[in-house]
Every structure is written in C-alpha cells, then in structure tokens.
Design a protein around this ligand. Sequence first.
Ligand code: OAD
Length: 232
Amino acid sequence: MILTGAGISAESGVPTFRGPDGLWEGQRVEDVATPRAFRRDPRLVQTFYDQRRAALARVEPNPAHHALARLDALWPRSDGRDLLLVTQNVDDLHERAGSKRLLHMHGELKSAWCLACDSRMSWEGTLLDAPACPACNASGTLRPDIVWFGEMPYHMAVIERAISRADLFVAIGTSGNVYPAAGYVDLAREAGAHTLELNLDPSMTSPRFAESRLGPAGTLVPALVNDLLENR
Ligand code: OAD
C-alpha cells in the first residue's frame, strides 16, 4: 500500500501545499479549498481550480511517478500480494505515467461534479461559466470534484481495508498534516505492516514510521521500486 502526497509531484513543477509562506499558489487554503469559500466567492474558487487544471498541460510525470507505474505493471495481481496506490494529489501525473491500481482520495482536477444530479464526469476545460451539466442539463451546478476541508475523502472503506491487509505501507512526499491520510501509518502499524516514509524533510508523522529515508522522491522512489521488484 503506497500513499503519495504533493512532494511526489514537486520535481515535475507542481507546487506543494505548504510552502514556506504558508500560501498555496498565492492563496490561503481557507479561501479556495472549503465549501464555505465556494459559497462566498464561487468565481474565485472556480478560477483558482481552472488555473490549476490548465497548469497540468505544462507538467510531466517525473521518475518517481514512472517508477510507481513500473511497479504496478510488474507487481503480481492475484496471488494475495496485491498493490494499491492511493494519492492525495489532484493532478493526473500517476495515471499519465501509467499507474492503474490507483485511487484519488482528495478528488481530481480533471473531474467535475454536478451538485444537481450528483454525476461526476471527466473535465478538461474551465468550469467558470461552464455550459450546462451534460448529464442533467442544469446550469451553474458544476463544481471541481475536489475534496475540500470539512468534506469526506473518497474511497475510505477500500483504502482502510487495503491497509488492514498490508505487509508494507509506504508514504511518499506527504507532510502528515491532513487526516485521515496522516493516520494511515498508525492503522498500518496496528495491522503489522512495515512502515516506510520517503520525504525530502522529516514530516509531522516521521516519528510514527519504523523507517524514514530523506531525499527527493525522484531519486528515492526508483531505488525503492528496484529493491521491491528484485526481492519480490
Ligand atoms: P504538503 O505540501 O503538506 O507536503 C508536501 C511534503 O512533500 C512535505 O513534507 C515536503 O517536505 C515534501 N517534499 C517536497 N518536495 C519533495 C520532493 N522532491 N521529494 C520528496 N518529498 C518532497 O502536501 P500533502 O502532504 O500532500 O488536500 O498535503 C496533504 C493535503 O493537504 C493535500 O492533498 C491537500 C492539502 O490541503 C486537499 O486539497 C483536500
């Protein structure tokens, strides 16, 4: 079971959330990543995510994403040693690298959610002043399919079941500030898994991992994947 955060996409040029200035792309998280912010200023929030979605065209997966896709392609599927990659990231770099056994627990920039009919759909362009919902034809009802603060992350039951059966839990490039993801290391330990963190700097959760390796994901992740595949 592998959990990734913003740090895995940093070397692709996607900014992490908690920079030294505490701002995310110049905005306070409370102004763009809460349901309240969306109610108060939908145009600001839609514009912010429209810009993040457009920015995906200017970035590429890095060696860490490619290594995890290689692991997915080569790791057994059906002999009880399965693999699950869970990302907190809303970019599409894992899927562009080729990962298949992948869940986005905080939603995806390239997905829209209709608040009228509850449909979710792939979305490439802007959501500000978007056309009517293709599923129900209501207008002005599409929002970014992103899990904002105060909302329930996606796929929780599947993720927790995978952790409860894991023999290895790896967290890559995540600061350990946001729950429930920050608590997965504890669930993994309770399940008896070896817990390994790969991060540029010590994180909030480092002391709770059995093993930490410090360095850039673009170097550490390919080395880990080589080890896992050699010792399979
Ligand atoms: P953060 O920005 O909080 O943390 C990124 C982590 O990656 C930090 O610990 C950095 O030290 C580390 N890092 C930076 N560059 C790295 C590199 N090249 N290699 C390895 N590690 C590196 O991002 P997350 O932990 O992902 O939620 O944030 C969790 C959630 O908070 C996000 O999913 C988002 C945010 O608010 C939502 O949008 C709901």
